[in-house]
Ligand binder design. Structure first.
Ligand code: SAH
Length: 350
């Protein structure tokens, strides 16, 4: 794919420029854009484009379309896709069906470099970052396969979105394109493990998305043991960035806290978490999502039981912190991200 234009990463204006540079009329760009947004994986299937132009396109451009290689449907309606990229890399997307619409959880990288102790996505390290087109294609192909509109996107799949900053920001603009998928930025969440300088950059982009921050611990010792990124940017640096992000964007941040029995789930941890959030973030609304850890075989962590989670939530509430317990969707299909990619790599190795 070297030297070829990644056509699905272009905005409609950039696509027009590209088509004009090929010596073709502008309106061809609109026709091609429509085919791309409907999920065309090859130029040959663009039926009203002249053969000569199709040849030109094949010689100068490529469509980084995500190819479905596996599909699992849960009893609760959650659908998980394993997609293959143009170079054979595999990633996952999950569509969750809520009463208010379909939300897709997409991957931002093939693998992950962050090394969080509880996470399956990082087990094999990172192969490469995904292109804007490869983020967009997950949304396009999943919507096409389901025959349904995708209403919202969460960047909570494999990878660290802020480690692939430029491509993720470009994707956010592409997916919001009025002539394209037209998904509202307010219906998009981006989850980060806490790459602090990029949180400041993101605040300047003027994108009204929702930022989710994976906190998972109430002190630096525990957080550094669970999340190596904390050794670079600790809780104080992270929560200060969150406070500043809210101050400049006015957008609410939600904190993710996965409860792991014996690690971060005691009543003492709940009190410490309340104190640290109030210390750095009292100037903003604080919302904590409590998530029982998904048991990942290779990791050996156990989730807290329901009663302990309720106790944890009650302590946060007592400290005026809104806490919700995340509903578990798709646990019968290994819907937590990274598990299918890891399995597929294992199968190939054996
Ligand atoms: N890299 C980003 C987004 C991907 S992970 C981030 O760290 O936020 C999406 C969420 O799932 C994160 O909050 C992550 O910490 C959490 N997660 C990862 N593995 C998990 C597991 N085994 N159980 C529960 N949550 C997990």
């Amino acid at each position: 794919m070297e030297n070829k234009t990644d056509i699905l990463s272009l905005t409609p204006a950039e696509l027009q420029e590209f088509i004009i540079s090929l010596g073709e009329p502008r309106y061809r760009a609109d026709q091609i854009y429509t085919f791309l947004m409907r999920g065309a994986a090859t130029f040959a299937e663009m039926t009203n484009i002249p053969k000569k132009l199709i040849e030109k396109l094949e010689n100068t451009a490529f469509i980084a379309s995500a190819k479905q290689v596996q599909k699992l449907t849960s009893k609760d309606g959650t659908v998980k896709y394993l997609y293959e990229m143009y170079d054979g890399e595999k990633i996952e997307s999950v569509v969750m069906k809520y009463h208010y619409g379909n939300t897709i959880c997409i991957s931002s990288e093939a693998g992950c470099a962050m090394g969080c102790a509880f996470c399956a996505s990082t087990l094999g390290g990172i192969s490469r970052k995904l292109l804007p087109s490869e983020l967009l294609s997950q949304v396009i192909q999943s919507g096409k396969d389901l025959g349904e509109r995708i209403d919202g996107v969460v960047l909570m799949g494999i990878g660290e979105p802020l480690d692939n900053y430029d491509n993720v920001v470009k994707f956010l603009r592409l997916v919001n394109e009025e002539k394209g998928l037209n998904i509202g930025l307010r219906h998009i969440s981006l989850s980060t493990c806490g790459i602090v300088p990029r949180i400041y950059d993101l605040a300047k982009e003027g994108l009204p998305i929702t930022l989710s921050v994976s906190l998972h611990a109430s002190n630096d010792e525990t957080r550094s043991a669970l999340m190596p990124v904390n050794k670079r940017w600790n809780i104080e640096a992270l929560l200060t960035a969150c406070r500043d992000y809210f101050a400049s964007t006015g957008r609410r941040i939600s904190f993710e806290y996965t409860l792991i029995s014996g690690k971060n789930a005691t009543e003492q941890a709940a009190r410490e978490l309340s104190a640290v959030l109030r210390k750095y973030c009292s100037s903003m609304p604080i919302h904590v999502n409590l998530i029982p850890v998904n048991a990942v075989k290779e990791r050996g962590f156990t989730p807290s039981d329901k009663a302990d989670i309720a106790k944890f939530a009650a302590i946060l509430e007592k400290n005026h912190i809104v806490a919700t317990v995340r509903r578990h969707l798709g646990s019968d299909i290994d819907a937590s991200c990274g598990q299918l990619r890891a399995k597929s790599a294992q199968n190939q190795a054996t």
